[in-house]
Unconditional design. Structure first.
Length: 178
């Protein structure tokens, strides 16, 4: 199954259309690394954002050192700029037609979980952190998040990673439907 997944990802990379990329060429964001604990600490304010956006792709689109939000909505990628700080974000709609994607299914394609794209190992390529579970800690009176991590071993940019996630989601939905 692991070999099938690798072959599928390589195949999808060859078929992915050109989309906007998010690289770390800005010196202010180079070598900024995040651990799973860093993402856990930031998760609540980004997931429960001021606009009520569900399951965002959280990435530093404008390379200013904080995370912004991308939402996939009915064939459009919507971009919400963080005008706050890394720890206290505040999002405003920046570009509701930031990019386009083609959905060939009758289902609305959305991320099943919130996803952070951030560098974990200092190689200047975005790695993927998935926020899987939210558990309320009554003792601390706050939510705790379970974070899963996947390293970007192929040094793909964030745009390609997001596209791969969406294509894999489509494949899973097709398999479920069949």
């Amino acid at each position: 199954m692991k070999n099938f997944t690798i072959v599928l990802i390589v195949f999808l990379i060859l078929l992915i259309p050109e989309i906007k990329t998010f690289s770390s060429d800005n010196p202010s964001t180079l070598n900024k690394v995040f651990s799973k604990d860093d993402i856990k600490k930031l998760a609540d304010v980004y997931i429960n954002n001021n606009l009520g956006l569900k399951n965002p792709a959280i990435v530093d689109v404008d390379e200013d050192g904080d995370f912004d939000i991308l939402i996939f909505n009915d064939g459009n990628v919507e971009y919400y700029k963080n005008t706050g700080t890394l720890e206290k974000p505040f999002f405003i709609p920046e570009n509701m037609k930031y990019d386009k994607y083609t959905a060939t299914l009758f289902l609305d394609i959305a991320l099943p979980y919130p996803v952070f794209f951030a560098d974990k190992n200092g190689d200047n390529s975005p790695d993927m952190f998935v926020i899987k579970d939210k558990i309320y800690d009554a003792k601390q009176q706050k939510y705790e998040y379970k974070v899963l991590y996947a390293e970007n071993g192929l040094n793909l940019d964030t745009g390609v990673l997001i596209t791969i996630v969406l294509v894999l989601l489509i494949i899973v939905l097709v398999i479920i439907i069949i």
